[in-house]
Ligand binder design. Structure first.
Ligand code: CA
Length: 438
């Protein structure tokens, strides 16, 4: 849970890449998130890149220019690969050395700026693939506001189950259907039990929803049988991304008992291409706390570090762009905004709980935070909540309305951090377009 700041966080730093210095830019020199990309439509090998302003710095090309030495150079050499896994295997000292090296290269006044500029590619000219080889995916349920509102729809008499305030609830998700932003999501078919019917039918989901989540990319392994103590539980974390856990609510309502989500979730998950490292997030830490009237966490989920700086201040937004808006050139309609700081369980608690039984997390594993919703109804991270289970349609600026996601809609997640005295950093976006069912 390091809040250590160094020269790479200095808000006064600027870059010789001019677009990185524009106010509101997601990718100033203080951010330096990583992705895996190639030129759009090319047959080039995918390789790692870092975002700076509206450009990607091609780390494969940068390596050829030997811009720095030592551990940073070793880390840079690992970035010619088509996933972040090899870089992650080098460990945090190498991740930090790479960040320092990149920061120095990209600073205004860098003597080699002209030469290094040959490794820049406009972001509008690239396509992305998944940032990591994701072996396992686990989705948590860390927003108590989401859990309570959804619980009320499914079980009005007992919205929040008694284990919620003790156990960081999660289920094992499906890694094979995780895609990167730009993904096209096919509306799933599934078993649906209509109200009043006496038997279910197989049909395209009529209640397709998004979930606004934060993804946590695991960068190092813990040994099988060795739990990770909560005070060290962020050590294996490489960074964070945006995550949309697509959900078919009608399928979910029928299948979820007694073992939880299955086919209502496993057809698609969309993540952002850019992984914002824990180092970049250091200035945006907050104390983690639990309301005094609630049970305090068991000792394995609690520590001084967590109380001091276990929460992360990340603004989150979800927007929708209908086919009509796209045709009219209209901007997407923001549906909700919230903040990861409202999460009932922190990143460290997710990792500590996941491993407490000895389960081994592995490099490339992805954890979802669960839908992030704030206390206010307008801060809900799913349509299920925003429309009160589909009962209250949302009016869009285009004159259209929505209860659930329709074919041709594009759903866009955004995230950013801002704080007085710090450079604003952003996550870019995770967007996906919904196609009709087959
Ligand atoms: Ca979820």
């Amino acid at each position: 849970m390091s809040a250590a700041r160094d020269s790479t966080h200095d808000p006064k730093l600027s870059s010789w890449v001019d677009s990185a210095n524009l106010p509101g830019c997601d990718f100033p020199i203080q951010n330096l998130p990583l992705a895996v990309f190639r030129r759009s439509g090319s047959r080039e090998n995918f390789r790692c890149g870092v975002a700076i302003g509206d450009r990607v710095l091609d780390l494969g090309a940068l390596d050829m220019l030997s811009p720095f030495g030592g551990l940073g150079a070793e880390a840079l050499a690992a970035c010619a690969e088509s996933s972040l896994n090899r870089l992650m295997a080098l460990g945090r000292d190498a991740w930090v050395a790479l960040r320092r090296g990149l920061s120095e290269c990209l600073r205004a006044g860098s003597p080699r700026a002209t030469e290094l500029a040959t490794a820049l590619i406009p972001q509008s000219d690239v396509e992305f693939t998944l940032p990591a080889r994701i072996g396992n995916y686990t989705d948590f349920y860390t927003s108590i506001h989401h859990a309570t509102r959804v619980g009320r729809l499914f079980r009005p008499d007992q919205p929040l189950l008694p284990n919620y305030k003790w156990v960081p609830i999660a289920y094992h998700g499906r890694a094979s259907s995780i895609g990167v932003s730009g993904q096209q999501v096919r509306r799933p078919r599934g078993q649906i039990m209509a109200r009043g019917a006496d038997r279910p039918q197989l049909a395209p989901s009529a209640r397709l929803d998004f979930e606004l989540e934060v993804g946590v990319l695991i960068g190092s392994n813990n040994e099988l049988g060795r739990p990770v103590p909560v005070a060290q539980a962020e050590d294996p974390v490489f960074g964070l991304c945006l995550l949309n856990d697509w959900s078919a609510r009608d399928v979910q309502a029928w299948e979820y008992q007694p073992l939880g989500p299955f086919l209502a979730k496993s057809f698609a998950t969309t993540i952002s291409p850019w992984v914002v490292t824990l180092e970049a997030l250091a200035p945006f830490r907050l104390p983690w706390s639990r309301p005094a009237q609630d049970p305090q966490p068991l000792p394995y989920l609690d520590c001084e570090e967590l109380r001091a700086r276990g929460a992360l201040d990340v603004n989150l937004e979800v927007a929708i762009e209908t086919a009509g808006m796209r045709a009219a050139g209209a901007a997407p309609h923001a549906l909700a905004r919230t903040n990861f700081r409202h999460s009932y369980w922190s990143v460290a608690q997710m990792v500590a709980h996941h491993t407490v039984n000895g389960c081994n997390l592995e490099r490339g594993d992805l954890l979802g935070s669960g839908t992030q919703s704030g206390a206010a109804p307008a801060e809900a991270g799913s349509l299920l909540e925003l429309t009160d289970g589909g009962k209250c349609a949302i009016s869009l600026a285009s004159g259209e309305s929505r209860t659930f996601v329709e074919d041709g809609d594009r759903v866009i997640l955004r995230g950013w951090c801002e704080r007085q005295g710090c450079a604003r950093i952003g996550f870019g976006e995770a967007s996906a377009l919904v196609l009709p069912a087959n």
